[in-house]
Design a protein around this ligand. Structure first.
Ligand code: 2P0
Length: 342
């Protein structure tokens, strides 16, 4: 009747950008990400009486209308899967900034999928939980799992899900450079639709994905940090190239983002291996070896004074507890995927 879930954001190294099915959120291409150990979303779902409308609260206040409507549609879908028309009350809070390209929708819908499915009495496998989270927000499918996860594009609702990458042999962290924590000017959903519909660079973006993903998986398996970093950085730049080709262009990167890209390249010249990745916002995330994360943060902070940098180690998959009491009796339990790779 009531369940609480905690989920963490993930940052893609091979990006998801563009859907082939808008309603079911089936992506054009597969993607691969690292779940982080910072900025979790905590969400409690409690069932209400049959006739009530859904109630959606964020940090104790009603969630803004458009976002609340998206959550309500998701709850309708979960209720339908459970064979009921009962409404629910959702209380959610993000430890990090919302809608700033720091994957709040990934942690948000992963936590909502886990809490809602538990509250409605669905007993889902990790794969089915990932499929459910995908219906809320594509990238949420990956936040069901800890560490590295791959979202197989698939071709329909049954075949489009994420799963853990369990043979990765690198110990990576990210240094998040918060260029701007404000909400993005255009939602990633609208921006990726515009890219698919109008950018001449969408087709090559899609065509090169299988090889890039295969290179990435091979580099992870070999523990080749340099290759992982190089593939990640070029993949992010290619995604931004695809969106820059849209009509009108979609440009999330700012002068502050570019200055950080320069700073990351300069770090490499000094022998610290660091690679940049950027999402639907101006913030720059720097991939580095976990053991060098503090050095990378200090070097970036010296190069870009005034920007806040946060070290994010690899994080766990979603965890859920019923009635505030852990399922395992030892605090919220990871119900899917491996913990952070060490
Ligand atoms: C990613 N992003 O792979 C890419 C890279 C942003 C840039 O997934 O429409 O919020 O809800 O499926 O998941 C952001 O898109 O979009 C995203 P919807 P979502 O992380």
């Amino acid at each position: 009747m009531s369940a609480t879930a905690i989920a963490f954001p993930n940052i893609a190294l091979i990006k998801y950008w563009g859907k082939r099915d808008e309603a079911l959120i089936i992506p054009q291409t597969s993607s691969l990400s690292l779940t982080l150990a910072v900025y979790p979303t905590t969400t409690t779902v409690s069932l209400l009486s049959e006739s009530a409308p859904h109630e959606v609260l964020q940090d104790g206040a009603p969630m803004p209308q458009a976002a609340a409507a998206k959550v309500a549609r998701f709850l309708d879908h979960v209720a339908e899967l459970a064979g009921t028309t009962r409404a629910a009350r959702v209380e959610t809070s993000n430890a990090g900034p919302t809608g700033a390209g720091l994957a709040s929708s990934a942690s948000g819908f992963a936590a909502l999928a886990a809490a809602a499915s538990a509250a409605y009495g669905l007993d889902l496998s990790p794969r089915d939980l990932s499929r459910l989270a995908r219906r809320g927000s594509g990238s949420a499918s990956r936040s069901i799992f800890g560490g590295f996860a791959v979202w197989n594009a698939g071709s329909d609702d049954l075949t489009s899900y994420a799963e853990p990458v369990d043979d990765a042999r690198i110990d990576a962290a990210m240094v998040l450079g918060i260029v701007n924590a404000g909400a993005k000017p255009i939602s990633s959903r609208d921006a990726m639709r515009r890219t698919v519909e109008t950018s001449p660079y969408n087709a090559p973006w899609v065509a090169t994905n299988p090889t890039e993903l295969a290179f990435m998986r091979d580099a992870l398996r070999r523990g080749d940090f340099t290759a992982v970093g190089e593939i990640s950085e070029r993949n992010a730049l290619r995604m931004h190239a695809a969106m820059l080709g849209a009509v009108p262009p979609v440009r999330y990167l700012t002068a502050g983002s570019m200055a950080l890209l320069d700073a990351v390249a300069e770090l490499r010249n000094t022998g610290l291996e660091a690679y940049a990745t950027m999402d639907a916002g101006p913030n720059v995330k720097t991939l580095c070896r976990s053991a060098e994360a503090a050095s990378v943060r200090d070097a970036l902070a010296a190069a870009a004074p005034g920007i806040e940098f946060v070290i994010a180690e690899a994080g766990p998959g979603v965890s859920v507890s019923d009635h505030g009491v852990s399922v395992s009796g030892q605090g919220p339990t990871a119900i899917a995927g491996p913990g952070a790779p060490r």
